[in-house]
Design a protein around this ligand. Structure first.
Ligand SMILES: C[S@@+](CC[C@H](N)C(=O)[O-])C[C@H]1O[C@@H](n2cnc3c(N)ncnc32)[C@H](O)[C@@H]1O
Ligand SMILES: [Zn+2]
Length: 283
């Protein structure tokens, strides 16, 4: 078999084994063409590389800051502090479960994970769930693919604000650790609702936007000291730290209720984070 036809058949298998992927530009169906996906409507082509559908590999503004951070050596250094937060909240499994427990306990569930990262909690989700994961960071998606070996999972590199997915496909949608700084969180929520089946739970979690209020510098009136701690000591970097400060007044619940009327905002991890829980409206 020639390389091209082998790649074509891999791409065909990838696309057809779970027919949820659509062209983000026109929502036309995607068919395999060599090692790419091609839209039957507008003929746009998207690469499929190492099992990952590449819709957008370069992002701007906040999404660009996040993409650069998660593809950089700063992320593994910062992760120590994420693990430390879990440690202070009874361990990672227990802390994560404060969010994951809002997902339905159902066999053979179809789950969308928006900003899946390296999928560190996949092992705690039932093995018979089918998972679609999207993220803007290629290195995170590569790590996720390695971790998820043997699972029924499909991954795509794209922005939360423009999902390359058909309407009403998922029994639940999950997003942990990214929502506050999406370029457009409201647009991302609208996309989550669009691709969810009516009534499906939408579970979104992140840190409290004004978390740095708890830090010593803010308490003493020297917020610059906290910026130094977060950027340099905790290794979040200057661009990300500046973004955190800029969104400290984000009103997550008011924003969410515009899209998900029954949304509830629940503090978790001793108030360090929140989980937003609601259901995709029927129409
Ligand atoms: C803290 S990690 C969380 C990963 C995983 N959900 C977890 O809880 O471990 C944040 C992830 O969000 C991704 N991300 C940030 N903005 C995004 C956007 N607009 N669309 C898709 N992914 C995004 C980053 O690339 C990163 O992998
Ligand atoms: Zn198209």
């Amino acid at each position: 078999m020639s390389t091209v036809s082998r790649e074509t058949s891999e791409a065909t298998r990838w696309l057809e084994s779970w027919d949820i992927w659509r062209c983000p530009a026109c929502l036309g169906p995607l068919g395999a063409s060599e090692s790419a996906a091609e839209c039957a409507g507008c003929h746009a082509r998207y690469r499929i590389e190492d099992g990952i559908l590449v819709i957008k590999d370069h992002t701007d503004d906040n999404n660009g800051v996040a993409q650069q951070f998660y593809d950089s050596p700063l992320w593994p250094k910062f992760r120590f502090w994420e693990k430390f937060t879990w440690f202070c909240n009874g361990g990672e499994r227990r802390a994560r479960n404060a969010v994951l427990r809002h997902l339905p306990e159902r066999p053979r569930l179809d789950l969308l994970d928006v900003a899946i990262g390296d999928g560190v909690y996949l092992d705690w989700l039932p093995k018979d769930w089918r998972i679609a994961g999207v993220d803007i960071s290629r290195s995170q998606l590569d790590a996720c693919r390695r971790r998820a070996e043997g699972r029924d999972i499909r991954l795509a590199q794209c922005e939360a604000e423009t999902l390359p997915l058909a309407d009403r496909q998922f029994d639940a949608v999950l997003s942990i650790g990214a929502f506050n700084y999406f370029n457009n969180p409201e647009a991302a929520l609208r996309e989550m609702v669009r691709v969810a089946r009516p009534g499906a739970p939408i579970v979104v979690s992140d840190e409290m936007p004004n978390l740095t209020d708890r830090m010593i510098g803010h308490k003493l009136g020297f917020p610059a000291f906290d910026r130094w701690i977060v950027s340099r000591l905790m290794n979040l970097g200057d661009a990300f730290t500046e973004m955190v400060e800029r969104y400290r007044d984000l009103d997550v619940l008011t924003l969410a209720k515009k899209v998900i009327p029954d949304a509830e905002f629940l503090p978790v991890w001793r108030g360090v984070g929140y989980v937003l829980v609601g259901h995709a409206p029927a129409e």
